[in-house]
Write a protein that binds this ligand. Structure first.
Ligand code: ADP
Ligand code: GN1
Ligand code: MG
Length: 370
């Protein structure tokens, strides 16, 4: 079903929120892989237009939507307070959920689907690829700053919205099981990719082992720091607002760093078929490292700084492994728009991992220098 068909003739969700004005239209929006996102235009009685983001939350993935929305309401109100204290604009610098008519921050429709609404952040864009290197730098400052704003958030009150989300070792086990089960009969055709994963069990264990040994601290992190999860101000070029807060949970700073590198420092799209176009750009890596450290305001420990390249490699490896697992299991997790897209995504990630392995000394030098 397309996104448009989801709402056609069934405007329940559109009628159930406290919009300013009357919703005139809802069109599919953005390129996220998880939720169904719509841009809603409303017209107030005086004729002014107000825009909103309406999302159908992915119930298969987020099995506890009420707890998830509780996280988001708590985190955004915490951020709103800090932004206001610093003289910022809380309407644009954090997500603002619009309540349903019954006062809840979500609406459950007649078939049990969960919906939510955010105020649309005007005068800003999210990018699917780095257009100007400065944008990537600014996104790094904003993601680092996000982490620093949440450094005194009471982590124990956060629900774990996806269990073991960045437990790469556990994901390695899930992957092996998917290969064994081979429910779609696809394993034989991706032997090379499977071998690539199996040869790197050490990568899967690297950060988890350090966390268990107390060498890396658990912080409140975003956990899904790709470039299109940040709104960049169209005028100033600054990263104005971190969005997609579904996975804000205790996690590792190096993973937040790493996931941004995986996506933004790649020279090609996540699903590029021509692998000769895919590499990890060291200038972008350097820019992001500078921006992230600046945004974190000196809060990273020595060990965390040392492990930044490892964060990049592990997140890229993990994501490739997740795409491959999904391909083997029949493409039920990540949205696909064509056959084989998850396999193409997996291949770009593994090409990046290989490239990082070749550039390992350079990556470490860059981090040491900064
Ligand atoms: P997903 O979990 O599917 O990635 P996101 O929450 O990231 O969903 O939303 C998808 C896209 O919608 C984003 O990449 C961004 O372009 C746009 N978007 C989301 N929230 C807002 C907002 N409050 N204002 C403007 N655009 C938004
Ligand atoms: C998903 O929601 P979105 O599209 O921003 C995924 C991330 C992956 C990413 C790969 C909740 O992010 O973990 O890294 O796709 N989010 C979830 O592009 O699984
Ligand atoms: Mg997103």
């Amino acid at each position: 079903m397309t996104r448009e068909e989801l709402l056609k003739g069934k405007p329940e969700a559109l009628e159930s929120f406290q919009f300013e004005g009357r919703p005139e239209e809802a069109v599919g929006y953005g390129s996220g892989h998880i939720n169904d996102t719509f841009l809603v235009r409303c017209t107030a009685s005086d004729g002014t237009e107000k825009k909103y983001i309406l999302q159908r939350m992915n119930r298969e993935i987020f099995t506890e939507p009420v707890e998830l929305m509780e996280n988001i309401m708590n985190v955004t109100s915490f951020l709103r307070k800090k932004i206001t204290e610093k003289g910022g604009d809380p309407e644009r610098e954090t997500l603002n959920a619009v309540l349903a008519k019954d006062g809840k921050p979500y609406f459950v429709d007649s078939i049990g689907e969960y919906w939510r609404v955010y105020i649309f952040i005007e005068g800003a864009e999210s990018y699917d690829a780095v257009e100007k290197p400065e944008d990537f730098y600014e996104s790094a400052v904003a993601f680092g700053n996000f982490q620093s704003l949440l450094s005194d958030y009471p982590a124990e009150t956060l629900h774990e919205t996806i269990k073991g989300f960045h437990d790469t070792k556990a994901r390695f086990c899930t992957f092996k099981k998917a290969v064994e089960d081979d429910i779609m009969g696809r394993a034989a055709s991706v032997q090379e990719e499977i071998a690539f994963v199996l040869e790197r069990e050490d990568v899967a264990c690297a950060l988890g082992d350090m966390l268990a040994a107390g060498e890396l601290p658990l912080r409140v992190t975003h956990n899904d720091t790709k470039l299109n999860n940040i709104m960049m101000d169209s005028k100033t070029g600054k990263g104005i607002c971190v969005i997609d807060l579904d996975t804000v949970m205790p996690g590792l700073a190096v993973n937040d760093f790493g996931d941004s590198i995986r996506f933004g420092a790649s020279t090609a799209a996540e699903d590029e078929k021509d692998l000769s176009k895919v590499s990890c750009d060291m200038e972008l890596f350097e820019l992001y490292t500078k921006g992230f450290m600046e945004g974190c305001k000196g809060s990273l420990t020595q060990k965390e700084r040392e492990m930044l390249p490892m964060g990049a490699k592990v997140m890229t490896f993990e994501c490739g492994m997740r795409f491959l697992t999904d391909y083997l299991q029949g493409d039920t997790y990540f949205k696909i728009h064509r056959e084989g897209q998850n396999l193409d995504r997996c291949r770009t990630q593994f090409k990046l991992v290989k490239d990082m392995e070749e550039k390992w000394d350079t990556m470490q030098d860059i981090v040491r220098r900064i």
